[in-house]
Design a protein around this ligand. Structure first.
Ligand code: GLP
Length: 273
């Protein structure tokens, strides 16, 4: 697992956006062979999306031949609700870039048959040739997408009931009223994320420090579902200093030494200046 420790949220966002843009550019996607990008929601990726929009507007990266699959969506929330993940994605990202609407895939949390919707989603990912790069965040309890503690580490897209912890964490988007937060969601599984050819996780702020510790320093454990990324051949965690508060000094120092020697911070921060 690669861990990139940036100084703050802004640096994390620029680093990750430039990294993703370079991946897409180097792939040289065409209509016949598009780049398949997995997309998260939440506050963590907002800055990354803003920078990708900027790079798109400057003509540096195009999304014309990019196909996307979102990680999750609430069950029973109208797609037009401002906090639906459909709204989030169009408001914060898709609505500002040159992506073709038909290339965007987001689970339908209002589908008449939710299980069939999940199976169809997996099928569409497979038909697209799999995900080239799955971007993601983590919940304070270390969940990835909506794979709550105790989720199978080989799970596929399905319905999940949200934990009280997640409902409380997400109630800030629903007038701070836990009763307004949907109690279930459709989510890609841990196994679905693991199948991606590369995974990039954003982890920032002191509230994520415990999750960061379990994701990278303790063993693979279904109570911290993002820890499964330790088994991925190409997992990259881009975090900020505050998210490192619970790491061992030796772990922290190693990743800092590594990025100093490899010059990996400057390499991506300065890429499209
Ligand atoms: C939700 C989403 C996750 C996201 C997490 C963290 O639970 N399903 O995909 O990673 O929130 O959100 P934030 O980035 O706002 O902290």
């Amino acid at each position: 697992m690669r861990v990139i420790i940036t100084k703050d949220y802004d640096e994390m966002s620029v680093w990750a956006a430039n990294y993703v843009a370079k991946r897409i550019i180097d792939f040289n996607p065409t209509e016949e062979h598009p780049f398949v990008l997995g997309c998260p929601t939440g506050s963590s990726p907002l800055g990354l999306y803003q920078h990708l929009v900027e790079l798109n507007k400057r003509g540096i990266v195009s999304f014309r031949n990019v196909v996307t699959f979102n990680m999750d969506e609430y069950v029973g929330l109208d797609v037009k609700h401002p906090e639906s993940y459909h709204s989030f994605m169009w408001t914060n990202f898709f609505g500002h870039i040159d992506i073709k609407p038909e290339n965007v895939h987001i689970l339908d949390g209002n589908a008449p048959d939710l299980m069939a919707e999940c199976e169809h989603y997996e099928q569409m990912i497979a038909e697209a040739g799999g995900v080239d790069l799955f971007m993601g965040g983590v919940g304070p309890d270390g969940h990835i997408a909506f794979n709550e503690p105790g989720s199978s580490l080989s799970s596929r897209t399905r319905i999940k009931t949200l934990t009280t912890n997640t409902i409380q964490a997400n109630c800030r988007f629903f007038d701070n009223d836990v009763n307004l937060v949907p109690k279930q969601a459709l989510t890609v599984g841990v196994g679905t994320v693991m199948d991606a050819r590369e995974v990039l996780i954003l982890c920032n702020g002191p509230k994520k420090a415990r999750a960061m510790h379990h994701m990278i320093e303790t063993g693979v454990n279904h109570m911290w579902t993002s820890s499964m990324l330790q088994m991925h051949r190409r997992a990259l965690v881009v975090c900020d200093e505050e998210a490192c508060d619970e790491l061992k000094i030796s772990t922290y120092q190693y990743f800092k030494d590594k990025q100093r020697i490899e010059g990996s911070i400057e390499e991506y921060i300065n890429l499209y200046k």
